[in-house]
Design a protein around this ligand. Structure first.
Ligand code: HEM
Ligand SMILES: *[C@@H]1O[C@H](CO)[C@@H](O)[C@H](O)[C@H]1NC(C)=O
Ligand SMILES: *[C@@H]1O[C@H](CO)[C@@H](O)[C@H](O)[C@H]1NC(C)=O
Ligand SMILES: *[C@@H]1O[C@H](CO)[C@@H](O)[C@H](O)[C@H]1NC(C)=O
Length: 550
């Protein structure tokens, strides 16, 4: 389906018939029809205003006027195989893909190019108007949305609350959350074993941890409370993959204002937003009232409020505090719980790795590992399992930015352009979309070896630096937390929580998956969007067989 670019006479009618045949949702159809009417105009003006040119790289032909080839790379981890196939055909190093409504996107696979791209984040390469519009609607004008000097200031204000010392003081909270889960599982498995939808539990561990450690609020979802602020959020992904909802973010890349129109998830998102505003307001009041009290010191926001800064430009206003609370939920909740869920799935599929991890933890001590033990080198296999999971299943599957000015991207090895010439750097014209396919690079055999697609924690014990992965930028050469000025500020928080939860659960329970290694698991919405769900082979939410360790 779809119209290929070889179709010569495309009338508005063709556009409409394409729309009506491929999209079921009437609401969506209306929006798309509206969008396509304006599309041609914008393509024409984009072409006219371009003076400096982007190096014409090789790449796949367009398959549809509306989508380019974007439909082949939805924002889930499934896009990785497609990016890798194009890399093999049109790379190596970099290629271009025709994107929505005539835009093109430069895809980077070369280590030096990727390092440059991330180093220039926030200066040369900035978030698209679309992603900023979505982020602002969801999370206000906090650090996720801010750019330039505003971003640099917010980063400076927040950083002291994310140091090792700060995270160490939060680690007991991660243990409490892990134990609440463990205690209920003890009951559920009293007859030996139980089928458990682990994602639901990891979500609740993650939101309870963000609430307490992020801003001293107890959602207590593990204790049976409903968290109104996140219910609506979770509901957006409650249905099986809907193609329009998955593709909407791509369309928004071209039409930021689409976001202002009513869309299928809009109502829920508004509910989510209202609940979040309400919650943030209450949290702010509570933290303010408690002022010098104990509670406030034991959370990120509490710490920020207590920090006496003589420099008034580094103090947070009320609305900024409220926006950062939202940011933590948006940036830290689903990202962490999806990663934890994948860890349990991979361990269920790889019983040897699971057994080795359990041995390491039980032999280490009868007591719970301390924060230093968890993040230091005392538990190498736990560290290996953590990073192997983050490598294979990065919760942000790709990043796309737009060039704010003309740029030259350096390469570690020359690439061949569309005319067959060899070029040793890529010119980028202002306005060009440039992206890094994070999952595909994390799984690339060129960097990680022939077994790159396998879950093999042992590679971290042997030392990934031995291969060409060492050329990659990012935390432990992974692009999972991005890199550069906008690298994930919550990385230490996420890793400490991840390791704590795994240590507690793997010590006490074994995990099995029906069909073992061959069980096909799918995920909808792999991006930093809400409502990600991991499905099992039967199309239902994934349940693992959880048994007590004898
Ligand atoms: C495994 C879990 C996590 C992953 C994979 C992850 C990944 C990322 C990535 C890729 C970015 C860059 C996004 C972009 O620039 O478009 C990012 C930014 C960010 N993350 Fe995380 N994250 C995780 C957990 C957390 C947690 C737990 C928190 C907070 C408690 C957090 C807070 C943030 C913030 C505030 C930013 C924006 C930083 C900036 O723009 O300067 N993240 N994260
Ligand atoms: C084109 O590139 C040159 C040199 O990089 C720069 O000085 C000029 O401003 C650019 N023109 C536009 C329209 O961006
Ligand atoms: C997780 O929390 C939600 C409320 O936000 C609740 O409906 C659900 O039952 C909880 N699940 C578990 C396993 O605790
Ligand atoms: C469960 O974990 C706790 C500490 O995490 C430990 O004391 C206990 O022995 C474990 N139970 C089993 C059966 O391993």
């Amino acid at each position: 389906m779809g119209i290929t670019q070889s179709t010569t006479n495309i009338s508005d009618l063709d556009w409409l018939s394409f729309l009506t045949t491929s999209i079921d949702d009437p609401n969506a159809r209306l929006i798309l029809a509206f969008a396509s009417a304006i599309a041609l105009g914008s393509i024409v003006s984009a072409v006219r205003s371009r003076s400096n040119t982007t190096t014409r790289l090789r790449g796949p032909p367009s398959e549809s006027l509306i989508w380019g080839v974007a439909k082949k790379v939805p924002l889930t981890e499934h896009a990785a195989a497609q990016y890798t196939a194009w890399e093999a055909e049109y790379g190596p190093g970099a290629y271009r893909i025709p994107f929505t409504l005539g835009k093109e996107k430069i895809v980077l696979f070369d280590a030096r190019a990727i390092a440059h791209f991330f180093a220039m984040d926030n200066t040369v390469y900035i978030k698209t108007a679309q992603s900023r519009s979505v982020l602002r609607n969801l999370a206000g004008e906090g650090i996720l949305w801010a750019e330039g000097d505003v971003h640099r200031r917010q980063r400076k204000v927040l950083s002291p609350a994310f140091t090792n010392a700060a995270i160490r003081s939060l680690n007991p909270i991660f243990y409490d959350c892990a134990y609440k889960c463990k205690d209920t599982w003890d009951t559920l498995t009293k007859n030996g074993e139980a089928l458990i939808e682990v994602q639901d539990w990891m979500n609740n561990i993650s939101i309870d941890a963000i609430g307490l450690a992020g801003f001293s609020h107890d959602f207590n979802t593990l204790g049976g409370d409903r968290a109104g602020a996140v219910d609506a959020f979770d509901a957006t992904g409650a249905n099986a993959p809907a193609s329009f909802t998955n593709m909407l973010p791509l369309l928004l890349l071209v039409f930021p204002w689409l976001d202002k129109l009513p869309s299928p998830n809009k109502k829920r998102m508004n509910q989510f937003n209202d609940a979040l505003n309400d919650l943030s307001e209450r949290v702010w009041k509570k933290l303010k009232d408690e002022g010098a009290g104990d509670v406030s010191e034991k959370s990120i926001v509490g710490r920020l409020l207590r920090a006496e800064s003589s420099d008034t430009s580094l103090q947070l206003s009320k609305h900024e505090v409220i926006d950062e609370i939202k940011v933590m939920i948006i940036a830290g909740y689903i990202t962490t719980s999806t990663s934890l869920t994948w860890a349990l799935i991979e361990l269920a599929k790889n019983p040897d790795a699971q057994a080795r991890l359990r041995t390491e933890i039980t032999q280490f001590s009868d007591e719970d590992p301390s924060y230093e033990d968890l993040v230091g080198d005392k538990l190498p296999y736990l560290d290996a399992v953590t990073h192997e999971t983050l490598r294979l299943h990065p919760s942000v599957p790709e990043l796309t930015r737009v060039a704010a000015v003309d740029d030259i991207i350096p390469l570690s090895a020359p690439v061949t352009d569309a005319s067959g010439r060899t070029v040793d750097r890529i010119s980028i014209a202002k306005g060009t979309l440039v992206g890094c396919p994070i999952t595909a690079v994390n799984r690339s055999p060129a960097f990680w070896g022939a077994d790159a697609l396998e879950f093999r924690p042992g590679r971290w014990i042997e030392g990934v630096e031995k291969g060409s992965a060492k050329d990659l930028t990012g935390h432990r050469h992974l692009l999972t937390f991005a890199s550069g000025p906008r690298t994930c500020i919550g990385k230490g928080f996420a890793i400490a929580e991840f390791k704590t939860v795994l240590a507690v659960l793997v010590r006490n329970f074994t995990f099995d998956i029906e069909g073992g290694k061959s069980h096909k698991v799918t995920i909808t919405r792999g991006s930093s969007l809400p409502g990600r769900k991991i499905f099992g082979e039967n199309g239902k939410f994934l349940a693992l067989k959880v048994s007590r360790v004898a």
